[in-house]
Write a protein that binds this ligand. Structure first.
Ligand SMILES: [Zn+2]
Length: 380
């Protein structure tokens, strides 16, 4: 194996990536500590008592919205540091602190509302099916996920950015022609003002059913050549053709099932030992709103442990396949390579992260892998 001499850009990218990875670990540690503290100090039980005085019927929703809002507030300094200060330091941010804070506030309110609705619904299912709630709830979450993926592009994403049909008609005609060759009707192509927040570039496929669309960042339209945009569009078209969002929803189902199953089987023995000290009601057990931090801890542990598996599946079965699709459709490996290099430079992407970091943080093949694959790709 040859050892490439790193360029200045690469060193900068590695520093940027490591900084964010350490901050993600710090955020995880903070979340875990806060949940343990909420349980052990009895604050969780006190918050549940307060929530019940507000509304007996919706005590879970009241508990969860206040709990999530408090957690967001305590994490605010760390999130500001990673989301704004670091982005400024690496000259990637296009935002004022006020504009960053406005987005953060919207996200926090949305998180509290969605979290409260979900927790209230989950407790209703847990009371109705005390032994099999984990299976019932996982099954119910499938249509809920489909609805969320359907609504996100029209209700949630526009809260943060403006989305418009792509103005570049030449580009749209090009991709539609390419797609028509394959007998595919391309869904709507839209552009998003990502430059409001950042100098980074991105493109993604989102939505299901009547809301599916390919989205290109304005930053990408500005910096990429038509050929480079074409390979990116073709990659996203690959996601549409492969029905990847449906696949991801289906992949999520066994994970949700496993996570809820773990909650139902790990939490009760712990409550048996510590529940009294934490003032969790023995007769309610895992259904006591005050036990929600414990369930969240089990869920967090489960998602951290399953992340390498999920990432590996997405890297191979979703993202690499979309790259292959793009290369076949456009037959332009050199544009693919320059597009990847540009993306790497603009986003300060670590081209070749250590394996452990790849397992836990990367759901795309690394830049080095994507470029090497395109270079090996036989343009026939
Ligand atoms: Zn992709």
């Amino acid at each position: 194996m040859s050892h490439d001499i790193e360029t200045g850009d690469d060193q900068q990218a590695v520093r940027y990536a490591r900084t964010h990875q350490w901050l993600a670990l710090a955020d995880l540690a903070l979340g875990i500590s806060l949940m343990l503290l909420a349980l052990a100090s009895g604050s969780s039980a006190r918050l549940r008592g307060g929530a019940e005085r507000v509304s007996r019927r919706f005590s879970t929703a009241v508990y969860a919205s206040i709990g999530i809002a408090l957690m967001s507030l305590i994490s605010l300094p760390l999130n500001f540091y990673s989301g704004h200060v670091i982005e400024r330091r690496f000259e990637l941010s296009n935002e004022s602190p006020v504009s960053w804070f406005a987005d953060w506030l919207k996200g926090a309110v949305l998180g509290a509302l969605l979290g409260a609705t979900f927790a209230q619904g989950a407790h209703w299912v847990m009371r109705r099916w005390p032994r099999r709630w984990w299976a019932v709830l996982s099954a119910m979450l499938v249509p809920v996920s489909v609805l969320m993926v359907n609504l996100a592009p029209v209700l949630i994403l526009p809260l943060f950015n403006k989305f418009e049909p792509i103005a570049d008609e030449e580009m749209e005609v090009r991709i539609k022609k390419l797609a028509a060759h394959q007998g595919v009707t391309v869904s709507q192509v839209m552009t998003m003002n990502m430059s409001k927040q950042t100098k980074k570039a991105n493109a993604f496929f989102t939505g299901v059913g009547n809301t599916k669309r390919i989205v290109l960042a304005d930053t990408m339209l500005e910096a990429f050549t038509p050929e480079e945009i074409e390979v990116v569009l073709a990659h996203e078209l690959g996601h549409q053709v492969h029905r990847d969002l449906w696949k991801l929803i289906l992949l999520q189902t066994p994970l949700t099932l496993g996570s809820f199953f773990a909650m139902q089987h790990v939490a009760p023995p712990l409550l048996h030992r510590c529940g009294a000290a934490w003032n969790i009601r023995a007769e309610d057990g895992v259904r006591d709103p005050a036990a929600l931090p414990l369930l969240a801890l089990v869920g967090t542990g489960f998602s951290v442990l399953s992340a390498p598996i999920v990432n590996a599946v997405v890297r191979r079965a979703v993202e690499h396949r979309a790259d292959v699709y793009s290369l076949h459709l456009t037959n332009n490996p050199s544009a693919f390579v320059t597009a990847m290099r540009k993306l790497g430079t603009m986003n300060l992407a670590d081209p070749d992260p250590p394996r452990l970091i790849k397992w836990f943080f990367h759901n795309h093949p690394t830049l080095k892998e994507r470029i090497e694959f395109a270079e090996r790709f036989d343009a026939d």
